[in-house]
Ligand binder design. Structure first.
Ligand code: ADP
Ligand code: MG
Length: 460
């Protein structure tokens, strides 16, 4: 029979059955690496577990390795115990705190400015979640991260003259409030180019038009009733705090690119869903919270956005570290930039509220640019200077030219029986099979990928 901590009847059973007999051994903590009833000054902890053997027991800025576990009576509401846990974690410099009454299990992470809920499940579901919990606060996992941090510190100290290597997951939003400027084309092919360079990439579609979802080959159905995206897509991720975590909603892009990518699909139902999400304050930060949980799994996250200033665009810009604004540099797109600038200010205000640094604008990315030589010689340089001089915005060095092959590879199909199914390819993959402009275009995305990696301080 599966272990069910909901059957714990009192606080001491939560301590003995759930924590001592189940959780600590599952998470790899041997009896010599955890302590019960630890008194530190005025603080009394139920449990304190260490990833590394620390003798004597020191809790300073250099040992953020331990996990505090607090057990409560099954009748206690955990909400009433969060502020105390916050006090313990911040005061003692402990990275993670687990809080449970047997019915519910929560894990909080100590960020410099606050503690944040990073995991939550029902007691009865613990066995299905234990692998995830182990990744988060298991002894091996914390130890490896510690070793990783130390290596980083050592290499930083030794090689100060080299570009700083920071292999933390980075998130980029591809946004402009004007449609048709190439956002989706840039999002999917940049993702493909990064993935070809060996980066682990997650691509998120948060536009109800679902063009990225289509372009990565996830719309394999011809009829409504075969729609397998309706019940699990980015909307569900935003709608639920506890469920529809990223691993639950990702799809593999299969034939779209080699190697394949993880994609979170969108759906036309996002339009309907926006009203409900607008009523839920937390929906704006759920993507942030859920991305945090997979930061060990991906190097780069790319978010394709809708051409509007709605909730979905805001969610994307709140979650992203960086922003790329594709633009064909034509008057309509330029006029939209004033509104984009105001939107960035509004998003940054919100980010301050939740303790996140401002979004970094990588720049305007010239896209769908004509390859006509006269145009490139006379008009294009003028268009570029308008962006820096009139709009006072940075421009990226890379340029994505107007190449019909980009829509061609996105509109490939295969025929099965009487039916034709979409079989889109990234231009990066297409270039391996088809000569023509595909190779030039793939090269342009390769250059863009290098610029992006350099900007984010990631290794090429
Ligand atoms: N660089 C390009 N060269 C040629 N066609 C392009 C290019 N970028 C986009 N397109 C085409 O323009 C249309 C709109 O592009 P899309 O990427 O969907 O823009 P957005 O996401 O900004 O609405 C699509 O038909 C796409 O195939
Ligand atoms: Mg689009």
């Amino acid at each position: 029979m599966p272990f069910n901590p909901e059957l714990c009847r009192n606080e001491s059973e939560v301590e003995s059955k759930l924590i001592v007999q189940y959780l600590l051994p599952q998470l790899g903590y041997t009896p010599d690496t955890w302590h019960q009833e630890v008194a530190l000054g005025s603080i009394r902890l139920d449990f304190l577990a260490f990833a590394a053997q620390v003798i004597p027991l020191v809790l300073d800025a250099n040992s953020p390795l331990s996990v505090v576990m607090e057990a409560k009576h099954p009748k206690q509401n955990l909400n009433n115990h969060v502020s105390r846990l916050r006090h313990y974690l911040t005061k003692l410099n402990v990275r993670y705190g687990l809080l449970t009454n047997g019915k519910e299990i929560r894990i909080y992470e100590n960020l410099e400015y606050d503690v944040k809920l990073v995991f939550q499940c029902l007691g009865k579901d613990i066995e299905t979640k234990i692998e995830y919990i182990t990744d988060l606060i298991g002894r091996d996992s914390l130890q490896n991260r510690h070793i990783g941090n130390l290596k980083e510190k050592v290499s930083e100290a030794n090689f100060k003259f080299e570009t700083k290597v920071q292999d933390l997951m980075k998130t980029i939003a591809i946004y402009h409030n004007k449609g048709g400027v190439g956002k989706t084309t840039v999002a999917v092919n940049l993702a493909a180019a990064l993935s070809k360079k060996g980066k682990k990439v997650l691509l998120i579609d948060i536009d109800s038009q679902a063009n990225t979802t289509f372009a990565t080959g996830l719309i394999k159905f011809q009829f409504d009733e075969e729609d397998d995206l309706r019940d699990s897509n980015v909307y569900h991720l935003l709608e639920s705090g506890d469920f529809y975590l990223i691993p639950d909603v990702i799809r593999k892009s299969h034939y779209f690119n080699n190697p394949e990518l993880d994609v979170i699909p969108a759906h036309i139902n996002l339009i309907e869903g926006q009203y409900k999400l607008n009523q839920i304050d937390a929906s704006k930060t759920r993507l942030v919270t859920k991305l945090k949980k997979v930061e060990e799994k991906y190097d780069v996250v790319i978010i394709d956005t809708p051409p509007s200033r709605d909730l979905y665009a805001k969610v994307a810009l709140v979650a992203a570290d960086y922003l790329i604004i594709p633009s064909d540099l034509k008057p309509f797109a330029n006029q939209g930039l004033l509104s984009v600038k105001n939107f960035i200010i509004e998003v940054n205000e919100f980010r301050e509220m939740i303790g996140k640094p401002h979004i970094v604008l990588m720049g305007i990315l010239a896209s769908k640019i004509s390859t006509n030589s006269k145009f490139l010689q006379y008009t294009f340089p003028k268009q570029r200077s308008v962006i820096s001089e009139r709009y006072k915005l940075p421009l990226m060095k890379a340029v994505i030219y107007d190449r019909t092959v980009l829509s061609e590879c996105m509109n490939q199909t295969i025929t099965v029986g009487d039916l034709e199914y979409p079989d889109p390819k990234s231009v990066v993959k297409y270039a391996e099979e088809v000569k023509s402009d595909a190779q030039k275009s793939a090269m342009e995305f390769d250059i863009l990928a290098d610029e992006v990696l350099l900007e984010m301080g990631l290794k090429k």
